[in-house]
Design a protein around this ligand. Structure first.
Ligand code: GLN
Length: 490
């Protein structure tokens, strides 16, 4: 278990209390020791990470400044590019593809001294809520190995929860950072759409995708987001507006802050999940927040709109995987046959389902009834949130209607799987920031997160509330005994 936070690691490395090399050695040893049980990593880069660590140590030895995340081991979800490592997106279709460039987030992290130790497992092309849709086998939840870690960024959530790395990045199109964060008991943040550059993130649904951190503490997420956010000329949707100091929100009073509990997200959630949320609300009220319940009826339409918009965009984005340029190619007798054979072999069932849904929604004769209608609903959801934010400053809700479910429990029932994201999808449609803060445990010891939602570009308020929630959180999950046993302590 990484007992130190990223913040503490960087400080100890800079103060020469530990070397970056020793920090990385331990992280890699744990990745290697735990991966046979968790399947959280698709690549572990011992050589590259140790080389980077030596560079950090030599900068420090020469009195240079190694950066805010000096020597901190970081894992990237395997849909983000880093030169020198394959990017698979959890798919067979990208077999053997090595990106020729770094994602902007990769560069920004490295420029602050962070060290990428590996790439994490995911549902194929980030489509899923359990990481069971990976072509490379499912990732398991380190709290209970019979259960899913959530998805699609399950490998990132699992690797942070198991203490292999203090920070991992994920991507969130409909909940893929927040839901696995909640199911594994770690912090997970989806920033405002446009806050973090998507350059070098393999696109799923471009108008919804955002990159964000998984960490054990709210402070580490605040620091990571400060590092990775900012304008990028390579992503035309990125904002030219400073995120400001999120870490400075710790300890600020929430007295008088107006907090709304979203009624629609409570309906349909498990009683234990709702109970944890109510506890959290009471804790916030004791700290002086004004808590009210608020209805945003438009959010009920989120799931239906999302499953038209996201597949539509995916069907277009995934057209580039045709056996010509990237990865796998199954030769046919002509180009069309090559396309068909390659895509039939390279894509898994869920990706094919999404491509078919999306192509249908965009096809002539159906476009107005499905895609255009879903876009109108999207506008309604956004204005529903905007009206709510005239009455309250921030919102809270469950992250996921249930705690971690069993491996296999929902894999044959796509609708049951899709329902995992009812509480998270609306923020993606609105483009607003939202995060999961670990709050309590259910009667089986499984983590329950609380979602904090804020208006666009108000990550400051979101973090202020998250820091307060973290203070009153009641349960730290116990790791599965076989994971605990395998951890190599420093
Ligand atoms: N589970 C949702 C889906 O399958 C969200 C995925 C995501 O956020 N990448 O589309």
């Amino acid at each position: 278990m990484t007992t130190m936070s990223a913040y503490e690691i960087a400080e100890s490395v800079r103060d020469q209390k530990v070397t970056a090399t020793s920090v990385i050695e331990r992280s890699i040893s744990n990745a290697n020791a735990l991966n046979p049980k968790l399947n959280a990593f698709l690549a572990i880069d011992r050589e590259g990470a140790l080389e980077a660590a030596e560079r950090i140590d030599s900068i420090i030895a020469k009195g240079g400044s190694p950066g805010r995340l000096a020597g901190v081991p970081i894992a990237l979800k395997d849909n983000m590019c880093k030169v020198g490592l394959p990017t698979t997106c959890g798919s067979k279709i990208l077999e053997g593809w090595n990106p020729p460039y770094d994602a902007t987030v990769t560069k920004l992290l490295q420029s602050e001294g962070a060290i990428i130790v590996g790439k994490t497992n995911l549902d194929e092309f980030a489509m899923g809520s359990s990481t069971e849709n990976s072509a490379f086998g499912p990732t398991l939840n380190p709290v209970d190995l019979t259960r899913v870690p959530g998805g699609s960024s399950g490998g990132s959530a699992s690797s942070v929860a198991a203490g292999i790395v203090p920070i991992a990045l994920g991507s969130d199109t409909g909940g893929s950072i927040r839901q696995p964060a909640s199911l594994c008991g770690v912090v997970g943040v989806k920033p405002t759409y446009g806050r973090v550059s998507r350059y070098g993130l393999v696109a799923f649904a471009s108008s919804l995708d955002q990159i964000g951190p998984f960490t054990s503490s709210v402070m580490d997420s605040a620091i990571t987001l400060e590092v990775i956010s900012g304008f990028d000329p390579k992503d035309s949707t990125s904002y030219d507006q400073e995120v400001g100091s999120l870490s400075a929100q710790r300890g600020l009073s929430i007295e008088g802050l107006r907090v709304g509990i979203v009624t629609e997200f409570i309906d349909g959630s498990d009683p234990e999940v709702v109970g944890a949320l109510r506890d959290a609300a009471e804790g916030l009220a004791r700290l002086g927040a004004e808590v009210v319940e608020i209805s945003i009826p438009e959010t009920k339409l989120g799931l239906s709109a999302y499953y038209l918009i996201a597949p539509a965009e995916a069907s277009s984005n995934l057209a580039r995987f045709d056996g010509v340029r990237f990865g796998l190619r199954v030769e046919g007798s002509n180009i069309e046959e090559t396309n068909v054979l390659t895509r039939t072999k390279g894509f898994g069932a869920e990706v094919k389902r999404r491509i078919m849904l999306g192509t249908y929604a965009l096809s002539s004769g159906y476009y107005d009834a499905y895609y255009a209608k879903a876009q109108q609903v999207r506008t309604l959801i956004k204005s529903g949130f905007e009206q709510a934010y005239q009455r309250v400053d921030v919102l809270i809700s469950p992250v996921s209607p249930t705690t971690a479910f069993k491996i296999g429990e929902r894999s044959l029932d796509p609708l049951a799987m899709y329902l995992s994201d009812v509480c998270t999808i609306p923020s993606n449609l609105a483009g607003h920031p939202a995060m999961s803060v670990p709050y309590a445990l259910d009667s089986q010891g499984l983590p329950i997160g609380v979602q904090v939602l804020a208006p666009a570009l108000r990550e400051d308020l979101m973090f202020r509330l998250a820091f307060a929630l973290e203070e009153s959180a009641s349960g730290v999950p116990t790791l599965d005994p076989s994971i605990k046993e395998a951890i190599i302590h420093g």
